[in-house]
Every structure is written in structure tokens, then in C-alpha cells.
Design a protein around this ligand. Structure first.
Ligand SMILES: [Zn+2]
Length: 94
């Protein structure tokens, strides 16, 4: 079972960093690298990447499914993951 409250707390932290223009100061690549590192770190506490990046994944350009930088998104995940899932399942399970 995921640590939902912890995941949403991290989502709040990311939103706060964005509101204070921290991501603008860092630039896109460093922001993506930092956020991906934070999410990978959080997984040892059973946090949920989808919840941490809720409403932020496309804004930051990070796919919560493969935890990689991405420019194109479909149904909330990067184009590569979307294509992979559709190829595997024939459709995208929600
Ligand atoms: Zn992806």
C-alpha cells in the first residue's frame, strides 16, 4: 500500500517550490534531474510517483511512469510509455 499522504505532501512541496520560482532559477534540465532524484529517493518509503507529480508531470516534463524527462504526453504519461502500454495491452487501462 502506498504512502498516499506522504506522496501528496511531496506534491505540495513541489508546488511550493514552483510558486517561489525555484524551478525557473534552476532551469528545466536541473529541475527534472532534481525532481526525478527526489521521486526515486521517495520510493524506498513507498511513495507513489503519480501522486507526487499529480498535475505537475506535463508542466515539469517528467513522466511519472518511467521517471524520465519527456516533451510529449498522452493520457498523463509520456508518448513512449503510452505507445508501449497500448502495444502490450491493445488499450490503455485507466
Ligand atoms: Zn514514460
Amino acid at each position: 500500500m502506498s504512502n498516499h499522504s506522504g506522496s501528496y505532501m511531496l506534491n505540495d512541496v513541489l508546488n511550493t517550490l514552483q510558486r517561489y520560482s525555484v524551478f525557473d532559477a534552476l532551469g528545466k534540465e536541473k529541475t527534472q534531474a532534481m525532481v526525478i532524484e527526489i521521486i526515486k529517493m521517495s520510493q524506498q518509503y513507498d511513495y507513489n510517483p503519480g501522486e507526487i507529480l499529480e498535475n505537475m508531470d506535463e508542466r515539469l516534463g517528467i513522466c511519472h511512469f518511467c521517471l524520465s524527462p519527456a516533451d510529449e504526453f498522452h493520457d498523463g504519461i509520456c508518448k513512449k510509455c503510452h505507445e508501449r502500454l497500448v502495444a502490450k495491452h491493445g488499450y490503455l487501462e485507466k
